[in-house]
Design a protein around this ligand. Sequence first.
Ligand code: NAD
Ligand code: UD1
Length: 331
Amino acid sequence: MNILVTGGVGYIGAHTCVALLEAGHQVIIADNLCNSKVETLDRIRQITNKELTFYEVDITNELSLNNIFLSHYIDGVIHLAGFKAVGESIEKPLSYYYNNIVSTMLLAKACQKYGVRRFVFSSSATVYGDNEVPFIETMKLLPTTNPYGETKVMSERILTDIAKANPSWAVALLRYFNPVGAHESGLIGESPNGVPNNIMPYITQVAKGRLEKLKIFGSDYPTEDGTGIRDYIHVMDLAEGHVAALNNITEGVHIYNLGTGRGISVLELIEAFEKANGIKIPYEIVGRRPGDVASCYADVSNAKRKLGWIAKRDIFTMCRDAWRFENRYKE
Ligand code: NAD
Ligand code: UD1
């Protein structure tokens, strides 16, 4: 299929493009490079030995977006473009609502106009709020604590309503758990600007000596060792989940958790990183981070049953690949 990937130069997008190309699809990327680097495109080509098409466009610009649909026959879209920093979304709500919602609406509008019916959307486990674990797709969603989370809830809703009104639409809402790691070549990975908010890039920068020590946000959660529990998933498993969603997409709206189904605490993650890479990670325990939940992990039976997809890579592989990327190719 010819697949338009918005945000395809970003962290998850680049890995998804690799998986799509390797599965034999043609890839057209639309990305304005606001949080990614153009060099990534050559690295995707280097890994896959395949060509792809790139448009440097802001997809909230309707004319530029429509131009892509006029220039290519598109079989489906994977919509990853958006802003994703939780803290920043609280400081700049308008820019988050604008970028994340307008992009979803204009992309859906273009799909309707040009007859594209397959739509895969990057959602997040954040939509579950502080529910009971494991999170399952049929749960009633609880409020999120920030505008970023709300943009995911709203985009899911918008796409669900469009699909209801247009029964030929085939929508997959992918709720990602915590993507970490990098392609095993070490050529592409996660390069956050400034001090990382998320734990894995923070750990790799501590390992590198760029940051002094990890601050563990809270050791008084109702978990076995008191630190927060998350469902870390290798970004290549996540990328392959997109291909599975696209290859199996059928009419209607389908929601899939993309996680491993296993919860890991902050202390267990540090231990796994130390074991995988033979490096000590100094840390100190500080207070809880506002908005964090104690535990977040997936029930993954729906994706397994309907897509035949499960995450294959373990936590050691995630830690090894994250560290390899930090060392080899990150600028
Ligand atoms: P990322 O910032 O690395 O990638 C997003 C890409 O979108 C970037 O390349 C950026 O330049 C581009 N972009 C942003 N706004 C754009 C616009 N208006 N027009 C064109 N391009 C635009 O982020 P990521 O981690 O790869 O996340 C991808 C998607 O997955 C996002 O929607 C994010 O909310 C979602 N998600 C990410 C995580 C995570 O932990 N990384 C978890 C759950 C959901
Ligand atoms: C965060 C976002 C979530 C988003 C996800 C992926 C918040 C509240 N939530 O999830 O919406 O979908 O990123 O981008 O920001 N931790 C530390 N020290 C650190 C960093 C994190 O102890 O320096 C702990 C956290 O408390 C948490 C775990 O590590 O228990 C994972 O944190 P993080 O990587 O930021 O992801 P989430 O909080 O799950």
